[in-house]
Design a protein around this ligand. Structure first.
Ligand SMILES: [Ca+2]
Length: 121
């Protein structure tokens, strides 16, 4: 996006001519911003099946309305063989659960629009 700077001086009585210069601002790729995950503790009864982790997740990206990938990680007290993260499969989303690290990675064949409908379970 081009911006125009205008410079003008004044001697205390009269103003000079105005001189301008155009400035082309080259955008950079800003990181997406994640918000909305509920701050309250989620109660889960052992062996009670899948449970949605968040219904309020929001993502914003100043550069694009499309995402390429996401990760969900059991970051504290992950128990190998007991804890599992899953996702809702679609025609465009693939997922990989890494049992060793407790990380669910979601990737897309076609970048998907940013919505909260792809929450981990
Ligand atoms: Ca971006």
């Amino acid at each position: 996006m081009t911006r125009t700077l205008t410079v003008q001086v004044n001697d205390g009585t009269l103003a000079s001519n105005a001189s301008t210069r155009s400035v082309v601002v080259v955008p950079v790729n800003d990181a997406p911003v994640l918000s909305g995950v509920e701050p309250t503790t989620l109660a889960y009864n052992e062996s009670s099946g899948a449970k949605i982790i968040t219904a309020a997740l929001a993502v914003a990206d100043a550069d694009s309305a499309l995402l390429a990938s996401a990760t969900v990680r059991l970051s504290v007290n992950y128990r190998t063989g007991q804890d599992v993260l899953g996702y809702v499969s679609t025609a465009t989303i693939t997922g990989a659960w890494d049992v060793a690290t407790g990380i669910l990675t979601l990737r897309v064949r076609i970048r998907w629009p940013i919505t909260a409908s792809h929450c981990a379970r």
